[in-house]
Design a protein. Structure first.
Length: 445
């Protein structure tokens, strides 16, 4: 136990040191410096031999990564460049859908590059603020997959003359200030930004990206051969992976879950919150399971003996506990919520399979306790990213097809040949990705 405590302390100290150096460099050398093309495409990092693998623990220093990032973000000579004009909506996986749709649009319209500062993610259910793309994702890694997917390039005021840079301060921790930057088209220009501006705008319709993505998924599920299929496979297969500092939190958590025995871990996405109970109650009724006891019994029936050393529960405790505290609610949903909360607390206290398997909860708590003040400030959204990629790397993943989180985590695993993926349905566990499965699951609820 003492050794485990020392290991945890060392990990957290490492996270603090790495992040501190990262922030210091970022404030001195902001990403919006003008990185113009130098006429040498060899500056683009070569793809690593196993570039779809995301589970390696990277101890690369922040200064080394920053140098690679600056080099990777240099614009290519002669590249056709676009700047995205739309803001994200809803939670992580809905934004993920739009992000993939945006990538499809960029390729469809012949763009090689997208201005990195035009891509934002929204902490919708936390601070309600926008988060810069580069603080969440490993752009150096992403850019190695060009030209299969469009690459990212930095804003250059001398080249991208119709864009303007805006800055704002984000205060987190006691004395730390982060300078957040993004670009938008100059409101004073008179040209059509989608046809004549420099660079061109991308996303002429507010729902263009999500509609493009939904159209792709519908055709893919019908067996069509589509030019975007390789992009979809590449993105879900590992091109979009967390920023190295965020990956440290994920890897640290996975190491704890695997334990000294390294027997692996299961992620159980329990989408049983009361908002799911009440919304669209008649939609996908044949796929919904809202009683936690039923879900646990399905696991025991499928796996009579412990298949892993730990189970990570993914759910929103805040939503469930807020419902429990609401004295004005007394309907059947409220009563079921009370039952589910009781079962969840028992699982956390007693474990599963007669106490042989520990049960822990995921996401925001791990981010808040990581020692990384920036990520802790955006704990809600960043916690979703942590949950998602821990689920992607799990030994076994159990979830629900009425959730985009479960669906895209399983589709990511499908493209990485991680086939132990199960949907819980009223009739029991359904194996989503058996060996003879040739295409990913289409989210339809």
């Amino acid at each position: 136990m003492a050794a485990q405590g020392i290991n945890k302390l060392l990990w957290r100290l490492l996270a603090i040191v790495v992040f501190a150096s990262f922030i210091n460099i970022r404030l001195i050398y902001p990403m919006t410096n003008s990185y113009g093309g130098n006429g040498n495409e060899e500056n683009i990092p070569s793809p690593p031999a196993e570039r779809l693998q995301v589970n390696e623990i990277r101890a690369e220093s922040s200064s080394d990564y920053e140098a690679k990032l600056a080099e990777s973000l240099k614009g290519l000579p002669g590249a056709k460049t676009a700047s995205y004009t739309r803001i994200p909506l809803a939670g992580l996986c809905n934004q993920y859908q739009r992000f993939m749709g945006m990538s499809f649009l960029a390729t469809q319209e012949g763009y090689d590059e997208i201005i990195e500062e035009s891509i934002l993610w929204k902490d919708t259910y936390g601070t309600n603020e926008m988060i810069p793309h580069y603080m969440l994702w490993d752009i150096v890694h992403w850019n190695t997959f060009y030209p299969t997917i469009p690459r990212f390039a930095s804003f250059d005021s001398k080249v991208h003359t119709d864009l303007v840079l805006s800055t704002s301060e984000v205060k987190y921790g006691e004395d730390t200030v982060f300078i957040k930057k993004d670009v938008r088209f100059n409101p004073n220009i008179s040209v059509n930004i989608y046809e004549e501006a420099t660079p061109r705008g991308l996303g002429s319709n507010p729902n263009q990206a999500i509609n493009r993505f939904m159209q792709f998924e519908r055709k893919l599920s019908r067996g069509h051969t589509l030019p975007e299929t390789e992009m979809y496979k590449t993105i879900l297969g590992g091109a979009l992976r967390p920023h190295p500092n965020l990956q440290l939190i994920i890897n640290n958590t996975i190491a704890e879950l695997n334990g000294a025995e390294k027997k692996g871990y299961m992620v159980l996405h329990a989408r049983i919150e009361p908002d799911m109970m009440r919304q669209n109650v008649r939609v996908c009724i044949g796929e919904r399971v809202m009683n936690m006891t039923d879900i646990i019994n399905m696991l025991y029936e499928k796996f009579p003996e412990p298949p892993v050393s730990a189970v990570l529960l993914v759910f929103s405790r805040d939503i469930i506990e807020n419902e429990e505290a609401n004295d004005k609610q007394d309907d059947d949903f409220h009563k079921l919520n009370s039952h589910n909360l009781k079962i969840l607390n028992e699982l956390r206290e007693n474990g599963m399979w007669g106490g042989k398997v520990k049960v822990v909860e995921a996401g925001s708590r791990m981010v808040e306790e990581s020692g990384n003040d920036f990520y802790a400030y955006y704990y809600n959204f960043v916690g979703s990213i942590v949950n998602f990629f821990i689920a992607v790397q799990a030994t076994i993943l159990v979830g629900t097809e009425v959730s985009t989180f479960s669906t895209y985590a399983m589709n990511s695993r499908f493209y990485r040949e991680s086939r132990e993926n199960y949907f819980y349905r009223p009739g029991g566990l359904y194996w989503m990705s058996p060996p003879n499965q040739t295409k990913p699951h289409r989210f339809g609820c």
